[in-house]
Design a binder for this molecule. Structure first.
Ligand code: ZN
Length: 256
């Protein structure tokens, strides 16, 4: 069975900015899904902020193995209950790939538990993306580095928790560096943050970026779901594995 990838697009800049609309006539989400579709092992679909429940209905999440998230201008418009629903799915094993300005999305910040702040500059600089973990599945098929001629600069410090793995480090023409490909695990969910993807540049038409995204979907996929991780069951004294006698003080009406 192919991996079911859902691309979540904010779809706001495409409606308001001509440069973005020209770069992405089918929407950034549409172009990202197109890149994923080049892998016969991935079936990609798209949803947007404007869809009912932001496209993150229970039914849609039920058929999502890996979720990709691009947002920027409307992070605050994402309903907190939907954020919680998405986060719970990640904890249970759904893969999550957070793209570019998605570092400030409610979903990412909730999963990181940190501000996820960084330095930035919009000057159409060259970005050189170094593969610092060549054996990693997300870097499969890439050279020592690849370049994007036009990108927004993101600079360190990036206030996220220490990652599980660092796959890419970016250098920018202005001299800054940034950890641009980071992996995390939250509960049973695999998470990948990938830096490039500013809306006014043609980043999601780049062949290497496409390769990274397809690799990342394959890496993040986990066929298992662990709904039991959402529960906190009590094990009473008479169900303890070893025989124990209850002692010490406790609340007489312990909440069940
Ligand atoms: Zn940007």
């Amino acid at each position: 069975m192919p991996i079911r990838a859902t691309v979540w697009g904010e779809n706001v800049h495409e409606q308001k900015n001509k440069a973005v609309a020209d770069n992405y006539p089918i929407g950034m989400h549409g172009q990202i899904a197109k890149l994923l579709g080049e892998d016969s092992n991935i079936v990609a679909s798209t949803v947007t902020l404007q869809d009912p429940e932001h496209g993150m209905t229970v039914a849609k999440l039920d058929e999502t193995d890996v979720l990709l998230w691009w947002g920027h201008a409307a992070h605050k418009d994402v309903d907190d209950a939907i954020v919680e629903r998405v986060v719970e799915r990640v904890w249970q094993g759904m893969g999550l790939i957070v793209l570019h300005s998605g570092h400030h999305s409610k979903v990412f910040k909730r999963l990181m538990g940190t501000p996820a702040n960084l330095h930035w500059r919009e000057a159409g600089e060259r970005e050189r993306i170094w593969v610092v973990n060549p054996g990693h599945p997300i870097a499969k098929g890439l050279g020592e580095y690849f370049e994007l001629e036009f990108e927004e600069m993101y600079g360190e410090p990036f206030s996220v928790p220490e990652p599980l793995e660092t796959v890419f480090v970016s250098w920018f023409q202005g001299g800054e560096v940034f950890r641009s490909g980071l992996t995390y695990r939250r509960g049973a969910g695999n998470i990948f943050y990938f830096r490039p993807g500013h809306e006014t540049y043609p980043t999601y038409h780049d062949a290497n970026v496409g390769k990274v995204l397809r690799n990342a979907v394959n890496w993040a996929f986990n066929a298992d779901r662990h709904a039991e991780l959402m529960k906190a069951p009590n094990t009473p004294v008479d169900k303890a594995i070893e025989h124990i006698v209850e002692r010490g003080a406790k609340l007489s009406h312990h909440p069940k």
